[in-house]
Design a protein around this ligand. Structure first.
Ligand code: MG
Length: 212
């Protein structure tokens, strides 16, 4: 179990994506080395260096991510501690400093951005470590690219259920509901550079696609 003071230990069958040391499992979307800053067991978004993504692709998965919003906080609404966990690079679980910071419902921390507000606001104060535990089932497409089954997501924020197996309408977007577009069964996990120095640590994933 992770606590704000100490990251927990990944399960033995998990793929560790960040163990506190380096970003060797990550790159820019163009395949260049990730330029975010690594220090003291975490890494931090470096504004304007762009998003980073895993070198490995994933589909159905259980994902554990820990993050902390900048302390002291700066800005308000969407301009405060904003980043994002993009499953398959296109389905965003919002990262935002939602502690005493108003924004639109489906833009809060742990929202499925632009689609599903979290059931409750479970956000801790800026600077404190927080956990996302995400269970994701990717969409299924037939050979012609027709949607057979939409993606589904469950999210626990700091151990509190905030997304209960919700169905995604398609890729997440700002003020838009784009339709599904057929894609591969496994795609990189992406973290968003929204120009705010959000920190991440202890990221691991369990691939639930095995055997297929
Ligand atoms: Mg975001």
């Amino acid at each position: 179990e992770s606590t704000p003071e100490r990251p927990g230990r990944p399960p033995s069958d998990a793929i560790v994506l960040f163990d506190g040391k380096d970003l060797s499992n990550w790159s820019t979307p163009e395949g260049e080395p990730a330029k975010w800053k690594v220090e003291n067991g975490y890494f931090e978004v470096v504004a304007k260096t762009g998003n980073i993504q895993t070198k490995q692709g994933f589909g159905d998965c259980q994902l554990h991510v820990e993050w902390a919003a900048p302390d002291p906080p700066k800005g308000e609404d969407q301009d405060r501690g904003n980043s994002g966990v993009y499953l398959m690079g296109v389905y965003e679980v919002q990262v935002l400093d939602s502690y005493e910071n108003k924004t639109y419902a489906d833009g809060q921390a742990a929202a499925i951005y632009g689609q599903h507000p979290p059931l409750v606001n479970a956000c801790r104060p800026p600077g404190q470590w927080q956990t996302y535990d995400i269970i994701f089932h990717r969409p299924r497409f037939d050979k012609d690219g027709t949607l057979l089954r939409p993606a589904r997501v469950t999210v626990l924020h700091n151990g509190v259920l905030v997304q209960d197996n919700v169905q995604l309408t398609g890729p997440t977007a700002h003020k838009a509901r784009p339709p599904y577009k057929a894609h591969a069964d496994r795609l990189p996990l992406l973290l968003q550079d929204h120009s705010h120095p959000v920190r991440y640590r202890n990221i691991w994933i369990r691939d639930l696609e095995s055997g297929k």
